[in-house]
Design a protein around this ligand. Structure first.
Ligand code: CA
Length: 228
């Protein structure tokens, strides 16, 4: 999931970048309205966190311009508490509002709600619990369990495992994993995928009798229950 944060207070912007990255999002930051609008129009973001008072183009004007062509969910941040401004923001196409100062946990909770609301659900059958053998992931509760034991995964490990589990039985290349989980174009110099796979194995496979995560030499990785 890729987020764009448009915030001119550099300290706050960095705090958001760090916190949201740790929460497992890919984060891009703009420090003024012009840059922000440019990046927002390029698209590719799942959600935009938009400060209302910005140099260049202010948040409401940015939103109005964006809404002419894009429906990316927008969470507005504002220092103002006047109801009028909230109403104006929501009329202009903001999806939600958060007044500064705010608790980081409230920000992430609202982001999750907006992302869930925006997620395409052609049939409500899109499963939120994924299973393979004795491994189970509850995507909504962000919980992974194997043989009844809760697995302690980082946000990236959780995203990686969910992808492998959703596409169980299919060999996924390093390039695809890097693109989907890290939003990274594959660069042969980096071994971020190998390192993450190794860590994930130590948590989901090593303590148990049967391995589920397999390396397919020269091709990638597959999650499947193989016959012993
Ligand atoms: Ca500001």
């Amino acid at each position: 999931m890729k987020l764009l944060v448009v915030e001119d207070e550099v300290k706050l912007a960095e705090y958001l970048r760090k916190g949201l990255t740790e929460s497992g999002y890919v984060v891009e930051v703009a420090h003024d309205g012009i840059d922000g609008l440019h990046l927002a129009m390029e698209g590719g973001h799942d959600l935009i966190v938009l400060d209302s008072m910005l140099p260049g183009i202010d948040g409401l004007a940015l939103l109005a311009a964006l809404r002419k062509s894009k429906q990316t969910p927008v969470l507005m941040l504002t220092a103002k508490v006047h109801v009028d401004d909230r109403v104006r923001g929501l009329r202009n196409g903001a999806d939600d509002y958060l007044t500064k100062p705010f608790a980081f946990s409230e920000l992430t909770a609202r982001i999750e709600v907006l992302l869930r609301r925006a997620a395409p659900r052609p049939d409500a059958a899109e499963p939120t619990v994924l299973r393979l053998a004795d491994l189970e992931m509850d995507l909504l509760r962000r919980k992974a369990v194997r043989a009844g034991q809760r697995l302690d995964l980082t946000a990236k490990e959780f995203t990686l495992l969910a992808l492998l589990l959703r596409r169980q039985g299919e060999v996924l290349s390093r390039t695809e994993l890097a693109a989907q989980v890290w939003d990274m174009n594959f660069d042969s110099e980096t071994n971020v995928v190998e390192v993450a796979i190794r860590r994930l194995r130590s948590k989901i496979d090593a303590p148990f009798e049967r391995a589920l995560l397999h390396t397919v030499r020269g091709m990638g990785y597959v999650l499947e229950a193989r016959q012993p």
